[in-house]
Design a protein around this ligand. Sequence first.
Ligand code: SF4
Ligand code: FES
Length: 375
Amino acid sequence: MNKPSPIEQPEPAQTKGTVPPPLAMLAELTHRCPLSCPYCSNPLALSGKEGELTTGEWIDVFRQAADIGVLQLHISGGEPASRRDLVELVEGAVQAGLYTNLVTSGIGLTPRRMDELEKVGLEHIQLSLQGTNAELADRIGGYKGGYDRKMQVAAEIAKRGIPLTLNAVMHRHNMDDLERTIEMALELGARRLEVACVQFHGWALKNRAALMPTRQQTDKVKQQVAEAQARLRGVLAFDFVPPDYYADFPKACMGGWGSTGLNITPDGTVLPCHVAQSIPHLEFDNIRQTPLRDIWYDSTAFNAYRGTGWMPEPCTSCERKEIDFGGCRCQALLLAGDANAVDPVCSLSPDHGRIIDILAAEMAGQAPDFTYRKL
Ligand code: SF4
Ligand code: FES
């Protein structure tokens, strides 16, 4: 592995004049969650309830976000329904003019709460699916009875006609169920299915060996998604996130650092991506002290990897540099030991051998059991 880079802040790559406004914001209302999925990408150390932004603070953030151009708000967690003020928060976001998407496991969404959410104008729900039957789903989510409750919530969503995306995180233990997952999306009336192959950040990294799909599973899932996309055009839309470790080129994480979206943690820390706090040489501002506009345009963290100016070779002279923006900075730190390096997922990266070694090691034996968070 390369040595980590010295602790220094790169010069801002772009100025306010050329930086576009953010389009989407992910608001992590809380880290509290009744489930304990082994693929959770939230950090190992979760924020406690006592540090969470208050109702008023969140609503002010939503107004600031709308003011600088954010259009879509993804209300997430943890489990956002763990916040007692969820309805009030959604109402505040709608009144600020944001399109609201609730990202939920469904646990905690009673019919009465759904009535209230509908009344205040919630526009979209993204429901997670841990597995296609109760046994598998409850084992993966670490929550007995969770699947049955989720199915009740899905029925309530369909009854109300709220647009639904089903979000299935796929890994070694459920990837072979993709056909049934697609059928369920149709049965539940979803308009979109997100087939999101597991990303190894946060808690998920502890479960990498347990969750890593095989190459055969990966090839099959790609083919199945392509076929289903063609077959169900106009009926069910697909978002497909292929597994990083089997890719030739990385994904543009967040569409490029500081280019289209931002993330707010439960305690108000503003991040360019969900995992960015894993990069220790960056300092992240908090909405309690600094206005969102200043953070988006002027903070050192948002400017650190914006655009292409920070890139090393071979990215600098690569024709894909404005397609994937050098991949994921958090993954570069994790696997190459340097957040300024090319994402090792890239087959052109000098550190790509690390991916090959990890795959060889993790495919060598039986997959271990899951490690769950102790809540
Ligand atoms: Fe992307 Fe850099 Fe790899 Fe080119 S060399 S494909 S820009 S990560
Ligand atoms: Fe942080 Fe990709 S998860 S840049």
